[in-house]
Design a protein around this ligand. Structure first.
Ligand SMILES: O=C(O)CCC(=O)C(=O)O
Length: 205
């Protein structure tokens, strides 16, 4: 268990991953869930929101170039993460899944959803090995909860809706990136800011 001092009443602490609960989806996909894995994460949210070098990206859509509706940052395997608790989280995940995954989590992608207008459309992480191999993507969510939706690409297995924020952990595993899609939809209901931290193994994106 890791502990970092914090001025907040509730210290920044990673709970044991032994409490993770697995749900089998379809086609060899599964998700592991641990609500409140990181306690005391509100101060971390403020720290990351202020100090991470967030990038606004633009992409081509038909004949226009549009803004990607969220801010992004990416840390390669050899780059220091923006807070020591994120390094501790990556290490704890690597140790927990060492046997099943057979390799460490290496990269960290961070997304800042400023309000309900920020979102990410349906997709799987199919750049790299996620398109052809079973793998894992672990997502730590801090700040205000936003629902992560999952739906199967084939067949009619029930969709999944996971409101994630305030230190919740979800791990998408097995065939999840190639047989299921996921999304954070826009919402007209007032949504506060959320940061998603995704840990992935080498060459999964
Ligand atoms: O915000 C999230 O938790 C999902 C992020 C995501 O799906 C992605 O960046 O590929």
């Amino acid at each position: 268990m890791s502990l970092f001092d914090s001025a907040e009443a509730s210290p920044l602490r990673l709970r044991s991953l032994a409490a993770l609960r697995r749900t089998e989806l379809s086609d060899g996909a599964w998700i592991d869930l641990l609500p409140g894995w990181l306690t005391g994460s509100d101060a971390l949210f403020e720290d990351l929101a202020e100090h991470v070098p967030w990038r606004a990206e633009r992409r081509k859509m038909y004949d226009n170039v549009v803004s990607v509706p969220r801010l992004l940052a990416f840390y390669r395997e050899d780059e220091p993460l923006p807070h020591p608790v994120l390094a501790a989280a990556r290490e704890a995940l690597g140790a927990h899944y060492a046997e099943e995954l057979g390799e460490p989590f290496t990269t960290a992608g961070l997304c800042l959803y400023r309000d309900g207008r920020d979102s990410v459309a349906w997709h799987g992480d199919r750049l790299g090995r996620g398109s052809s191999h079973d793998t894992m993507v672990a997502i730590l969510s801090i700040g205000e909860p936003r629902p992560l939706l999952l739906r199967p690409r084939y067949g009619d297995a029930p969709h999944v809706r996971l409101p994630l924020g305030h230190g919740d952990l979800v791990v998408m595993g097995g065939s999840c990136q190639r047989t299921w899609d996921h999304a954070i939809p826009k919402t007209a209901r007032g949504a506060g800011p959320r940061i998603s931290i995704q840990f992935r193994p080498h060459n999964v994106g």
